[in-house]
Design a protein around this ligand. Sequence first.
Ligand code: M6R
Length: 615
Amino acid sequence: MCGIVGYLGPKGAYDILIQGLKRLEYRGYDSAGVAIVDGDGKLHVHKSRGKVANLEQVANAGCTAGSLGIAHTRWATHGEPNDVNAHPHVSQSGMIALVHNGTIENYAVLKKVLKDHGYEFKSETDTEVLVQLIEYIKLTSSCSLPEAVRQALLQVEGAYAIAVVEQNDPDTMIVARKSSPLVIGVGEDEVFIASDATPFVGYTDKVIYLQDNEIGVIRRNQPLQLISLHNNEPSAISIQKLQLSLAQLEKGGYDTFMLKEIFEQPSTLRDCLRGRIVDDCTRVVLSGVELNKERFMNAERITLVACGTSWHAALIGKRLIQDFCQIPVEVEYASEFRYGNPVLNNKDIVISISQSGETADTLAAIQLAREKGAFVYGICNVVGASIPRNTDSGTYIHVGPEIGVASTKAFTGQVTVLTLLALSIGQLRGTVDKETLHNILSALDKMPEIIKEALNVDPEVKKLSRVFSYAHNFLYLGRGYNYPTALEGALKLKEISYIHAEGYPAAEMKHGPIALIDHEMPSVIIAPSDSLYDKIISNVQQVKSRGGAVVAIVSRGNTAMTDIADFCIEIPEVPECLTPIVASIPLQLLAYYIAVNKGKNVDQPRNLAKSVTVE
Ligand code: M6R
């Protein structure tokens, strides 16, 4: 949801900023822009609607020299995605330039005050209000830029990560954050700033995660200063080591990040499981549970909060926790939970699930849960993101950077961690028997090889995808553990191919959606050999008798579906609770190839962003 990047050092800023923007483009690609302060102190601003590639064409024509700069890639919130609304925004005098990720909620009030003081606005954005306010304060109080930024931010309600530069000062950049992420990369004689650490990879592995309500004053050849927004006092600097490699940020020979990430799953699941299954698959170790045994022993209820794909993982988590821990579980959309007046106390555990760790609704939900006394546990992928920093404890899924906007390896990582978590709590509370624990842990331990085998369906699914060029609608059906898998399969298809797809519990279909079925509406049925297999067969027959084509995902060697379904895709057989992980593989591939056949940009689907940091 918008990415910002900045550079101050001895090198030319432009190339570093453009490369950084490309790494952050997953956060939004409605427009892009760059502001450079050259050695003579002149400010050059270039911006363009659309992707970073468009910006490069515009900017290459102008002056891009200078070793201080800030840049932005936008996911539009206020105002349509055009050149004028693109960041950086510049103050009325043309002296100050600013990039912003977040939302200024009281921008309308501030704008009115500034207009009364003679300020004119070019764009429809909330961000332009902030840069004008900074200039107004600087001019009227004759203070320094850092102090003007601080005073302006004291008046702002909302979320922000900002970077600010000023004409005539090629040696200073000011950054600040509240609720939106901002990381500072510290090199030998250079400093980088960005919404996440990916733009610094290859330059430095020393990073500082700016805290909420902190302002960073970065001056050439001077030590970095962090100050508190509220009392203007210096705050302590904690430098951490970044664990990211360049290879993780590249396509590695694949056409797209999404395909790379689908095929990476054997190794990402290995990383996710590493060190967590011990003693010959008889015990699971999650430090987040081990360190909080009492909380998990005394828990009376668990509530899972998440959005999108992570919410689908939460639905599977509910079933896992109920099966292995016998604790009542609720699953809530974070966006509903935060305004739903939830009744919580200190016997409640709230588990948030988020790939990015920056989703605004999920962050707000956990903040509310903590205020109400619940113990908050986070399941996250991005190390050091806001959600893990705002939870009491948690588990990383460790699947590496997920760059394709459609989540694939993060989903299987989340379900894997939820399985480990449920087994770990069950082990602690004595609600899972030793044999079950051993069987599931043994199968989980082999999951990297099982997923490798599941990926062998790739050519078959690719061929099958061409059959459905006629379809404008799809139905995805599953039961039990695989009802959420059906929801996830449908979400994958709609977000990258723009084909309408509905996920439904298979047995509910007869209560309404069956009316939609005709020869133009294919159904994808997730039907591995599980406790509901016989039941789902009759659901499939109901679809077939109404003329709809059926693709069934079945366990290898199970032939009962072969005569009924039009196409069967086989997956390796695993214990029932692990079927969602394996069944997701052909669903990811099917969505992928249907979208590619339609010529869509699968890594950057329209209107979406990877990290949704606005409400
Ligand atoms: O980073 P998060 O897991 O919190 O993101 C939640 C959703 O925005 C995300 O899962 C979204 O639905 C994906 N595009 C799905 O592929």
